[in-house]
Design a protein around this ligand. Structure first.
Ligand code: TRP
Length: 454
């Protein structure tokens, strides 16, 4: 067995896990990315494929990752080392933990910068600075924010400081206490925004756009994008679900907890679409505007609609809460790793790791201004690490985690963790899908991405 001792930290209940894991999963991916890729890839048919990917790939992989975590009760690298040694396999499986951890590290370095934009938009809207602005004015405000490295640094540093403080406080006193009120508050704000959009916006057009599939618009590319996003949005394969699984009480049902997390994540993505698109359509704006959809398109509508100043503020507070629970999860895993390796206290490890990632985050900050021309393969630093983490490291690690759980681990162990018997239909279904469908589908995405089709 590994030298690293099992963690003694535990969630106080099943709900604490569901809130923390859903908090990690729900974030910029749901509110910023999902609506704009759904917009770009044609709406309904894309949404349907995305839902299928969550159910067929996302849920079984998350079950695998959480069960590996609970079985090993260690942080990712130590977990693979311990389980592999126990199974008589090579210790090199610990590298798989490192792939996941590196992906999380890189994601955190750009995620905190974008979360900083959400933070920056709160005073921008609340102060009324954008009230009555025309589209050019709104676009100029967004461009000015991105062009100013100092401003970007200040906002993202605030995100880092707050995240470090929560992670330093620990699993129950920090993470659990934060998500316990962030997530319900975020959800209430979101529901309020959907109601507002239904009253003030063009709700019918939005429903039609999101739910009426036009399969003519479906391309191979959109299928691959949907699959990749299913991974990102559920925070899979970065060791986070593994780490959160390590804190799961022994008697909690993993399948039930995982299905709840996937359900809330999907619900929030769809509700975000229903909060955004009615306003977009009512103002004759373009649903396929890309990454600027919520930072440019939406504020154009907020600038002119009745109550837009406050509705807009509520929107960005909601986005910030969602993103913050995600940055917490991203810092948690790497912090625990550092703590185990160097024997540091939790606050010291959180500060140390937070500081290193903060330094790396300058790469992303500069990608939007002075470093916009520093490109490799035509990609800026931000685009490069996003590509590396989201398109290469995460799918590779997800594929290998599924292989590890379904092919290498003993059937009786995985069945025991899932609370099923190895003969039960539900267990067989998990095993079949995780052994065959998941590696095959992820393999296709990986090859597609690397060969440059996406
Ligand atoms: N899932 C989060 C979102 O949708 C982002 C996130 C948190 C993430 N942790 C992750 C993405 C780990 C990939 C890997 O915004």
């Amino acid at each position: 067995m590994s030298k690293v001792k099992p963690t003694v930290d535990r969630w106080s209940s099943r709900w604490a896990f569901v809130l923390a894991a859903a908090g990690s999963a729900i974030g910029l991916g749901n509110i910023w990315k999902f609506p704009y890729i759904a917009g770009e890839y044609g709406g309904g048919a894309f949404v349907l494929v995305y839902l299928l990917c969550i159910a067929v790939i996302g849920v079984p992989v998350m079950m695998s990752e959480v069960l590996i975590g609970r079985r090993a009760r260690r942080s990712p690298i130590a977990a693979f080392e311990a389980l592999a040694t126990d199974l008589g396999r090579t210790r090199r499986w610990r590298w798989l933990g490192l792939v996941g951890l590196s992906a999380g590290f890189l994601v955190m370095s750009f995620y905190a910068v974008i979360a900083g934009w959400a933070l920056a938009y709160i005073p921008k809207l609340a102060s009324g600075a954008l009230v009555g602005a025309n589209p050019d004015g709104v676009n100029a405000a967004f461009a000015a924010l991105k062009a100013d490295p100092l401003q970007l640094t200040i906002w993202s540093s605030l995100i880092f400081i707050a995240t470090i403080a929560v992670v330093a406080a620990g699993v129950q006193a920090g993470i659990e206490r934060s998500v316990r009120w962030f997530m319900p508050l975020m959800f209430l704000l979101l529901v309020g925004l959907v109601i507002f959009a239904a009253v003030e916006g063009d709700f019918t057009a939005a429903i039609k756009f999101l739910f009426a599939p036009n399969f003519g618009q479906l391309t191979i590319e959109s299928v691959l994008v949907a699959m990749g996003h299913a991974f990102f949005t559920l925070s899979l394969a970065a060791g986070i679900m593994l780490m959160y699984g390590a804190y799961l009480p022994a008697d909690t049902s993993i399948p039930r907890a995982v299905v709840s997390v996937a359900f809330f994540d999907t619900l929030v993505a769809l509700l975000a679409g229903l909060a955004i698109f009615p306003i977009v359509f009512a103002n004759d704006l373009a649903p396929g505007a890309g990454p600027g959809l919520i930072f440019q398109t939406l504020p154009i509508a907020f600038a002119t609609m009745p109550g837009g100043q406050w509705v807009g503020t509520a929107f960005f507070v909601m986005l910030l809460l969602a993103a913050f629970a995600s940055t917490i999860s991203l810092l948690e895993v790497v912090t625990v790793h550092l703590r185990e390796r160097l024997g540091w206290s939790r606050p010291r490890a959180a500060l140390g790791m937070g500081f290193i990632i903060w330094i790396v985050s300058f790469g992303t900050v500069f990608s939007f201004n002075i470093g916009a021309d520093w490109t490799v393969f035509g990609k800026t630093f931000f685009e490069l690490i996003d590509y590396l983490a989201s398109n290469i490291l995460l799918p590779t690690s997800g594929l290998l985690m599924a292989v590890f759980a379904a092919w290498l681990m003993r059937r009786q162990d995985t069945a025991e963790e899932l609370g099923l018997s190895a003969q039960q239909g539900a267990y067989r279904l998990w095993s079949l899908v995780t052994r065959w469908a998941v590696p095959l589908l992820i393999g296709c995405v990986l090859i597609g991405k690397i060969s440059g089709t996406i």
